[in-house]
Design a protein around this ligand. Structure first.
Ligand SMILES: [Zn+2]
Ligand SMILES: [Zn+2]
Length: 258
């Protein structure tokens, strides 16, 4: 791992992996093999196939938890074909204020990478799940009081998810939904869970990275690619990390100096 301030993209920071990409198994455009080939072209050592969990709306998520086993078989042959380590993961949905996920422990334990996040395009899980969703989408959410309550509920849901499950990465905190970054970062730091800096979502910006970094949490850069041409495109995330003055030691998927 590199030490000190980076001098610029590709100089001191060498990205080694893209842990967050999608395929046709959820609502991505490419195949597992196409994502692996794209990662190879970018010179990456590893790529994560992290299709959306089954709690997503039907055209967004995997058909069922068993889909991850199909992905595993494709990942093994894609690894052999490309020389890139293809990791089988999921972008699981946090479904309730108590941190329930849309994948059970048996499935999580078989994955190489567990990503979790809050999304609006999900099938609400029971009354609690519906309440969490409504807080974030109802027209009255623009009132400061309601927004503050949504922020508290969203933060608690993510913190509980991190506390209860073996979570590697919390994805795009603050995307469409308010979250208390320092509180989430403290929970992640205590569990060894990383926070995502996403090339695809400007919400994971410099201010967010600075606020989270103060709490001692580590990070990961990702593309959240939904098509093979975006796999490994981490330049936007890299710029955010650099501008925030992040020590490369604290970013899981960079190495250097080169
Ligand atoms: Zn997402
Ligand atoms: Zn994603």
């Amino acid at each position: 791992m590199a030490r000190g301030r980076p001098d610029g993209p590709g100089r001191r920071w060498r990205v080694t992996a893209d842990p967050h990409t999608h395929t046709r198994h959820s609502h991505g455009k490419g195949t597992v093999l196409e994502n692996a080939r794209a990662a190879a072209r970018r010179g990456l050592e590893a790529v994560g196939i992290t299709d959306h969990g089954p709690g997503s709306l039907p055209w967004i998520g995997v058909r069922s938890p068993e889909t991850y086993e199909e992905i595993r078989a494709e990942a093994e042959s894609a690894s052999r074909a490309t020389g890139v380590r293809v990791l089988v993961g999921a972008e699981a949905n946090v479904m309730t204020p108590g941190g329930d996920l849309d994948l059970d422990r048996r499935v999580l334990d078989r994955l190489d990478l567990v990503l979790v996040g809050l999304h609006l395009m999900i099938r609400p899980a029971g009354l609690d799940g519906a309440r969490l969703l409504v807080r974030n989408v109802a027209p009255w959410r623009w009132s400061a009081r309601v927004r503050a309550r949504a922020r508290t509920a969203n933060t608690k849901a993510l913190v509980e998810a991190v506390r209860r499950h073996p979570v590697d990465i919390v994805v795009h905190p603050g995307l469409h939904l308010p979250v208390d970054t320092p509180e989430l970062a403290r929970a992640c730091a205590s569990r060894g869970t990383r926070l995502e800096i996403s090339s695809a979502h400007s919400e994971t910006d410099e201010a967010y990275v600075r606020a989270a970094a103060k709490e001692g949490v580590d990070f990961v850069l990702s593309s959240d690619a939904h098509s093979p041409d975006r796999v490994g495109d981490l330049s936007a995330a890299l710029r955010v990390a650099e501008r925030a003055g992040l020590d490369p030691e604290r970013v899981w998927n960079v190495a250097g100096p080169v």
